[in-house]
Design a protein around this ligand. Structure first.
Ligand code: DC
Length: 238
C-alpha cells in the first residue's frame, strides 16, 4: 500500500491528525501534517514582524522575502512518538507551533496565495510517493486524485473542548471561550478564503466523529478500506 495517497480534510480540531497518525502506523505510509507547515510560516511571521498579532495585518513584501529564502522547513525523527517533529530553520518547533498565538494568526497567513504555493510545493515533494496527509484542501486542491478522501466534521463546542484538553495536558493556559472563539474564527476564514477554501470534495466520504472514540473511527476506516480494496488490503500484515 506504499503508493496510496489518503487525503483527510476538515475543520480545525476534528481529530484529523490523531486519526491520520494511526492510519500512517497501520499502513506503514508517511504522515504529513500540512497545517504544521502553515503554522511554521506563521511562527516565523510573528517572530519577524511580518504579521501584526492584534490586527493580523500582513506585510506582504516582508512575507515574500521570507518565502524566497528565510523559511526552511525540515523534519527530525522523534523516537518517543515514532513520527517526525517539524523544524523551522533548524529549530524543533513541534510544540511551539501549537500555542494559541500561532493558532490565532495561522488562518490569515494561510489565505495568502504565495504561502499556499510555498506549502503546496513541499507537500508535493514529500507526499507524491504515498502518504496520509491532513489539512483543509488536500482532497480538493493538493492531491485531487487521492485514492481515499475523508472529510471530518464535529460539533464546534466539542472541538473546542478537545483543543482545550490538549492544551491543558501540555500545561498551556486558555479559557473554553477563548478556544471556542478561535475555533469558530478559523472555521470561518478557512472556509471563506479565496484560494482553495475548505470544502468537501465531491468524492470525499464524510466522518462525523462528534460522538465517536478513536477506536470506533479506526473500525470505520477498516470498513472503508476493505470496502474499497477488499480483504487483500491487509494481506501483507503479519
Ligand atoms: O490543522 P491545523 O489546525 O494545524 O491547521 C492550521 C491552519 O492552517 C488552519 O487554520 C488553516 C491552515 N491550513 C490550510 O489552510 N490548509 C491546509 N491544507 C492545512 C491547514
Amino acid at each position: 500500500m506504499s503508493q496510496l495517497i489518503i487525503a483527510i480534510d476538515g475543520f480545525s480540531s476534528t481529530g484529523k491528525s490523531t486519526f491520520a497518525k494511526l492510519i500512517s502506523k497501520k499502513l506503514g505510509i508517511p504522515y504529513l501534517d500540512s497545517g504544521a507547515m502553515y503554522r511554521c510560516v506563521t511562527l516565523h511571521s510573528l517572530e519577524n514582524g511580518i504579521i501584526d498579532p492584534v490586527t493580523h495585518e500582513i506585510d506582504q513584501a516582508l512575507l515574500d522575502g521570507a518565502l524566497a529564502g528565510g523559511i526552511a522547513i525540515s523534519w527530525l525523527p522523534n523516537p518517543d512518538t515514532g513520527l517526525f517533529d517539524i523544524c523551522l530553520n533548524g529549530v524543533n518547533v513541534e510544540q511551539r507551533i501549537r500555542m494559541l498565538d500561532v493558532s490565532d494568526n495561522v488562518s490569515p497567513i494561510a489565505t495568502v496565495p504565495a504561502v499556499r504555493n510555498f506549502v503546496d510545493a513541499i507537500l508535493h515533494e514529500r507526499g507524491s510517493q504515498g502518504c496520509v496527509m491532513d489539512g483543509r484542501d488536500i482532497g480538493t486542491a493538493v492531491f485531487p486524485d487521492a485514492d481515499i478522501k475523508i472529510y471530518m466534521v464535529a460539533d464546534a463546542a466539542i472541538r473546542a473542548q478537545r483543543r482545550l484538553d490538549e492544551m491543558k495536558a501540555k500545561g498551556q493556559d486558555a479559557s473554553f471561550e477563548e478556544v471556542l472563539k478561535n475555533v469558530q474564527e478559523r472555521d470561518y476564514i478557512d472556509s471563506h478564503r479565496e484560494m482553495n477554501p475548505l470544502r468537501k470534495a465531491v468524492d470525499a466520504i464524510e466522518l462525523d466523529n462528534s460522538h465517536m472514540t478513536i477506536d470506533e473511527q479506526m473500525i470505520w476506516f477498516d470498513g472503508l478500506l476493505k470496502g474499497r480494496f477488499g480483504d487483500a488490503v491487509y494481506a501483507s500484515e503479519s
